[in-house]
Design a binder for this molecule. Structure first.
Ligand SMILES: Nc1ncnc2c1ncn2[C@@H]1O[C@H](COP(=O)(O)OP(=O)(O)OP(=O)(O)O)[C@@H](O)[C@H]1O
Ligand SMILES: [Mg+2]
Length: 274
């Protein structure tokens, strides 16, 4: 359990309940369908995301991984043709309820994208932006502290502490991605969604992000989409295999990779298609 869940019992009174994999249930999706206009992209997907485990979404291109990931913090709301059916909860609360504050939700369920997308602002301002709009720091010293803590957690502090006023866009790709992770961390999220966060990075920058995911595990519930089977095996404890909009198989990563139940999963992880 992280600081946020410990310190926010009044906001989220529902007691954590155990998930089917034995972890602490953080998010649930039940019978989720997603349509873009008349085209259905996700079919009847149900899944539990737990606090302690990193969950990997794998599957061939176009199978709906990003679409489903985006339902978890309502990023699909920004796509006018998208329609989501089913029930998705965060700490037992329906995130599609009419009274859900979507801005607040996206702070609680942060997102890191495939291509690092720092704002064209200083390194400091990239991290301070979210806490400022959410009113998390009143004094400059408090903000300095949030910025330092977030950059430290993202494994970037030592590399940037002497140039916080330089532009975030001047950093290397790997540093930019860690800056984006620091930016997500700065608003004290509970869940971090990552959509192929390493696909634009070289192997060394990728290794740093993977190491970071290990360090962040447990403090935040983490869901990562990846095309890289080795990466899924290295960073996750639970793996969900998607195919043609359906969730074919979901289980312990070690089981999925060594002893998949479904032929389609086996064919994919052994490189027979994808
Ligand atoms: N904004 C959109 N409008 C219409 N259709 C879309 C939109 N975004 C995705 N789709 C369609 O939904 C389906 C799932 O796409 P999605 O991007 O979720 O797949 P993915 O598994 O993330 O693929 P990739 O591995 O290539 O990133 C695809 O058929 C895609 O063309
Ligand atoms: Mg995608």
């Amino acid at each position: 359990m992280n600081d946020q869940t410990m310190s926010a019992p009044l906001l989220h009174p529902s007691a954590p309940s155990p998930a089917s994999d034995g972890g602490t249930l953080k998010m649930t999706a039940r019978n989720v369908n997603v349509f873009y206009g008349a085209k259905q992209a996700i079919r009847d997907v149900s899944i539990d995301v737990t606090q302690e485990n990193v969950t990997a979404f794998i599957g061939p291109s176009g199978c709906g991984k990003s679409t489903f990931l985006r339902t978890l913090n309502r990023m699909n709301d920004t796509v006018s043709s998208a329609r989501v059916e089913g029930r998705i909860t965060l700490d037992g609360e329906d995130i599609y309820a009419p009274d859900m504050d979507v801005v607040q939700l996206r702070a609680r369920v942060g997102m890191v994208f495939q291509k690092p997308n720092p704002f064209p602002k200083s390194i400091y301002e990239n991290v301070a932006y979210g806490p400022r709009i959410h009113g998390l720091a009143s004094a400059r010293a408090d903000m300095d502290q949030i910025v330092e803590k977030s950059l430290r957690r993202a494994g970037l502090w030592d590399e940037v502490k002497d140039r916080l006023n330089d532009s975030g866009t001047a950093l290397s790709g790997g540093q930019q991605q860690r800056l984006c992770i620091a930016r997500a961390i700065a608003v004290d999220p509970e869940v971090i969604l990552m959509d192929e966060p390493c696909s634009a990075l070289d192997p060394i920058a990728t290794a740093k992000i993977e190491e970071l995911i290990h360090e962040l595990r447990g403090r935040y519930a983490i869901v990562i989409v990846t095309h890289n089977m080795q990466q899924a095996a290295r960073v996750s404890q639970r793996t969900a295999f998607f195919h043609l909009g359906t969730l074919v198989e979901y289980g312990d990563t070690s089981e999925i990779f060594t002893n998949p139940r479904e032929t389609r999963t086996k064919d994919y992880i052994t490189g027979r298609y994808g």
